[in-house]
Design a protein around this ligand. Sequence first.
Ligand code: 4AD
Ligand code: MG
Length: 440
Amino acid sequence: MQTTTIRRIGAHEGQDVRVRGWLYNKREKGKLAFLIVRDGTGYLQAVAFQPEVLPGVFEACQKVTQESSLEVEGTVRKDDRAPGGYEMKLASITVHQLAHDYPISPKEHGPDFLLDHRHLWLRSSKQHALLRIRSEISQAIRDFFYERDFVLIDSPILTPAACEGTSTLFETDYFDQKAYLSQSGQLYLEPACLAFGKVYCFGPTFRAEKSKTRRHLTEFWMVEPEVAYAGLPEILDLAEDFIVSLVARALDRCRAELATLERDITRLESVRRPFPRLTYDEAAAILMRPEVRARARTQDAPPFEPGSDFGGFDETVLTETLERPMMITHYPATIKAFYMQPDPQAPDRALCVDVLAPEGYGEIIGGSQRIHDHDLLLQRIGEHKLPVEAFRWYLDIRKYGSVPHAGFGMGIERFVAWIAGIHHLREAIPYPRTLNRLYP
Ligand code: 4AD
Ligand code: MG
């Protein structure tokens, strides 16, 4: 007898097959037992009819409990009412391990309880759908860059210096010196783009965020492309193509998962080029409108101060009614990272972009053109009080064939949260790490 996955069961209509999985749910009605079996690829209803199965089989169906591991064998038949379009007429069942008192029941549990049981919560249909979407998006990201001739350059996780400000560094002992967990692979990609032209990295990233917002994790995955001979305009186009392509991929391959999550996909279907592009000053003018400031007060949000960075409330206001992501450029250089190229027309502005997702999801991408002039970069390192010695190698690439170059970073949990339409980032990563959580 052939073993099949539930996802591929349609190819076996009329045949006898074996499916290995776990009991998701169960119903009994007189001489009928309905087992909902999950195997990680889908859900299958297996139906046992007492007079037709061998002695012992029906009793085993009655005894088996939620999340017990089991194998079912039987005939595949088409049934349009069944979740995947097929069900199994059960002939035999083997229970591998009988689970006792599985802690997650269909009743409501609080978020802390569920997060403490994350190792089991992964099996629940919504979490399962979310992590499948994440997996598809990760693959789509790799495909996107591969198809455009980018070279994957893995950046180190243990680093000697800060990249994105010193306030969110995780410090660790590195033999007799200090090391920090990487906040971004960017500094290591810049030399690589001068070696390979177009490169990207995609890996775990760490920020010792003391904030408890729904948009911050202390460990997340960031994908970062970096392109030689590129400036801000090229990076804006790349980010736009990138997002449009990832959204299309999710709509193409994650229909079932988006349906499980009850995501309104018409919102995603309207994500097309071009995205609205605003300068920081234009966005700031919206936030300075009296009605917006009045609303901030009613929601206890800190009112926007001209010249400062946008907060969560500000990002929500700017994007809640949008259908497409918004690109905001030319932030004041003082509130952005040390490596950003100043705008030649207005040197107090940086050639940078934040991409905000629609529906109030906030910043999903941050990027910029990088300073390619050695002396200017040296000066900025000094102004930001960063240790010059640790940046010698980074300055070096401004001495040997320096060119304008640019790139961006996207945290995939923020992207997945938006695509899936979930409130909090912590469900978009298999094992979330936040200010208060290191378990499991
Ligand atoms: O804007 P950020 O800090 O930019 C950089 O790190 C650049 N070095 C990237 C580059 O140009 N190569 O972070 C980029 C993105 C954010 O837009 C957000 O999606 C995500 O990383 N991100 C976080 N995601 C979850 N939790 C956090 N604490 C995050 N901090 C940033
Ligand atoms: Mg940012």
